[in-house]
Write a protein that binds this ligand. Structure first.
Ligand code: SAM
Ligand code: SF4
Length: 369
């Protein structure tokens, strides 16, 4: 299924499968839908047979940075605090998800480390028994917390860093500084949060001239740099295709300098990053080609937004709210059905490359990247 191209899907008012979970399903490039009704038992499988085993939890929509591709510089509308799920509420959803076969969990945001007490949340989640608990962070507040997070049960961390040049870093992220983020990477490794991954959003004309520098950085430090294609998820809605640097181009530039070999992924690892090793043994890099080589056909992710909605795709505006269930006596079975309904409503592809594509209403920091 992995190599099937993303089929034509109109995202809104269209000919794609019904989002309700109850309506008729069209046969697609992924084969006929399995059945019409939302299943009430078994694993979290969608209509196209994709099993969902990875939960991304946004713990806050707030952030201390204002990256150009994610948030506006001023006037960010944050959700009132009472709308944000408590740690107990997040843990309860996570526990129900675990019971439905979710094995890995990633904490994100906004900036997860601006949420007070995150170490305690990691501890509560670790008790649920996931195979893997990871964190995506901008790194500005990581150094001081890395050891405590690791002790609480965090296993891995992705640190976002879009430039190795201090001035440019400041231009792209608008706040914060490179030195602090690099020190955070050291601290995370010292705390055992390895292998450390570094997320780089590559934007044409902004930082794409640093691709080879980042590859050198990966080799020098033994960190897995992941080059991410710029996606239409910013708050300012000013994304355009010309800013996307195709991952194939990123790989070609690195390969010219240090030949790369694709890492054979055994079984059906649905991780979005395509992995490559330096042929000379110098380590590994990855590319996330969400725009030019979408991986929707093997997508295994679902998301819990900070304000308590289950979301089946970064690019879908369809959300199944669970906050009221959590606060008004809903049972675990009710929560399980909400998760199932969300997964069942997932479209076969994100549709970025279709003519009818519209950017989702919520930006990356609000959804949880
Ligand atoms: N604040 C944390 C951070 O920056 O790592 C976690 C949340 S952030 C939304 C998660 C990841 O999404 C980061 O690696 C960030 O660079 C990436 N991201 C944000 N907006 C993006 C966009 N428009 N296209 C591609 N990646 C994006
Ligand atoms: Fe904040 Fe992360 Fe978005 Fe940057 S990418 S503004 S650090 S949430």
């Amino acid at each position: 299924m992995a190599s099937v191209p993303v089929p034509v899907v109109l995202r809104r008012g269209g000919q794609g499968p019904s989002r309700s979970g109850a309506g008729p399903c069209q046969p697609t490039a992924y084969g006929r839908p399995i059945s019409e009704a939302v299943p009430s038992e078994g694993a979290l499988v969608d209509r196209y047979g994709r099993a969902h085993t990875d939960l991304r939890v946004s713990v806050t929509d707030r952030c201390n940075l204002r990256c150009v591709y994610c948030m506006p510089e001023e006037g960010v509308p944050f959700r009132p605090r009472e709308e944000i799920l408590s740690f107990e509420e997040i843990t309860r959803v996570a526990r129900v998800a675990r019971s439905l076969g979710v094995r890995s969990l990633r904490l994100t945001g906004g900036e997860p480390l601006v949420r007070r007490g995150l170490v305690e949340l990691v501890h509560q989640l670790a008790l649920v028994g996931f195979d893997d608990i990871a964190l995506t962070t901008n790194g500005t507040a990581l150094a001081a917390k890395a050891s405590a997070l690791a002790r609480a049960g965090l296993q891995r961390v992705n640190v976002s860093c879009d430039s190795l040049k201090p001035e440019r870093f400041a231009q792209i992220r608008r706040r914060g500084d490179l030195v602090t983020v690099l020190a955070a990477m050291d601290a995370a490794e010292a705390a055992g949060l390895v292998p450390l991954k570094v997320n780089v959003v590559v934007i044409a004309g902004a930082n794409d001239d640093e691709v080879v520098d980042f590859a050198a950085f990966a080799r020098e430090h033994g960190r897995v740099v992941r080059f991410i294609e710029y996606m239409p998820l910013g708050a300012e809605g000013d994304w355009h295709r010309g800013q996307v640097v195709p991952s194939a181009e990123v790989l070609a530039r690195i390969n010219d300098r240090w030949p790369l070999d694709a890492v054979e992924v055994r079984g059906s690892d649905p991780a979005p990053a395509e992995r490559y090793r330096f042929r000379d043994g110098g380590g590994e890099i990855g590319v996330v080609a969400s725009v030019t080589r979408p991986f929707c056909g093997t997508c295994n992710r679902l998301r819990l937004t900070a304000d308590g909605a289950i979301r089946n795709c970064l690019f879908s505006d369809d959300e199944v709210p669970v906050r009221e269930l959590l606060r008004n006596g809903g049972s675990d079975e009710d929560l399980a059905m909400a998760l199932r309904r969300s997964v069942w409503g997932k479209l076969p592809g994100h549709g970025i490359n279709e003519p009818g594509f519209l950017q989702p209403a919520r930006s990356m920091s609000m959804i949880g990247g």
